[in-house]
Design a protein around this ligand. Structure first.
Ligand SMILES: *Cc1c(COP(=O)(O)O)cnc(C)c1O
Length: 230
């Protein structure tokens, strides 16, 4: 089922891109494998999908050790500063940077290994109290501060939209994230690109692609419901 699910989503990516006049190659499907066994990823790899998302450093680390090294690992969950050191050299991109304190820690750990961390800034578009992410109006300032860090490269923005049964409810947040990205991109801040927009999950990725997403993060629709009780 896993391979079929991925193929179906890849077809949908093409359909939506055709509809809105985008190139489907601009959209990366990140299969969110959190809580799922590494054997599920082994199956998923048969589809050719090489991008996987995890929200816990320890889990990413364990799966990194067990699986082929050509996998692109995306850290999509809230990142504690004391865990950053375990990500160096393993995560292709960190999607969840929302403070200068965290960025400074990333700078420190990546500098030790003389590597560069590609990061996205997580923005809380809907102002939900329960969610991490910086406020839209504070995003540019944060990016300006992070742009001074030699070993951190801001590549774009990420958002987690509210849970809803109607994906159209989230269109406004995707649209606004895109506008924010275009606005910040137009400032030509040194060391910063706004090439990636990480938005859209199982319930709303089609709308997100219509609004310009370049990375959709899909878990349930690929691997099935998650069981947090095990
Ligand atoms: C779990 C998770 C996803 C995937 O959610 P689904 O609804 O299962 O597709 C996407 N992004 C983040 C940040 C997540 O934590």
């Amino acid at each position: 089922m896993i391979v079929e699910n991925i193929k179906e989503i890849q077809n949908e990516i093409k359909e939506v891109c055709d509809k809105v006049g985008r190139d489907a190659n601009e959209v990366t499907l990140i299969a969110v494998s959190k809580t799922k066994p590494y054997t599920d990823i082994e199956k998923a790899l048969e589809s050719g999908c090489l991008d996987y998302g995890e929200n816990k450093v320890q889990e990413l680390d364990q799966k990194y050790d067990l699986l082929p090294k050509n996998i692109n690992w995306h850290m999509i969950g809230h990142l504690q500063r004391n865990k950053v050191k375990y990500l160096v050299g393993k995560a292709k991109m960190i999607h969840s940077v929302d403070s200068l304190r965290l960025a400074n820690q990333i700078e420190k750990e990546y500098a030790k290994k003389d590597m560069i961390a590609k990061v996205l800034i997580e923005v809380n578009m809907a102002g939900e109290e329960s969610k991490f992410g910086i406020k839209p109006e504070e995003t540019e300032q944060l990016i300006r501060e992070i742009s001074n860090l030699e070993h951190v490269r801001v590549c774009g923005l990420m958002t987690i939209a509210p849970y809803t049964l109607n994906p159209e409810d989230n269109r406004i947040y995707f649209k606004k994230l895109r506008e924010l990205s275009v606005d910040i991109g137009s400032k030509n801040i040194d060391n910063v690109t706004m090439s990636e927009l990480s938005m859209g999950m199982s319930g709303d990725y089609k709308v997100a692609i219509e609004e310009g997403s370049t990375m959709i993060r899909v878990g349930t629709k690929i691997f099935g419901e998650r069981n947090y009780n095990i």
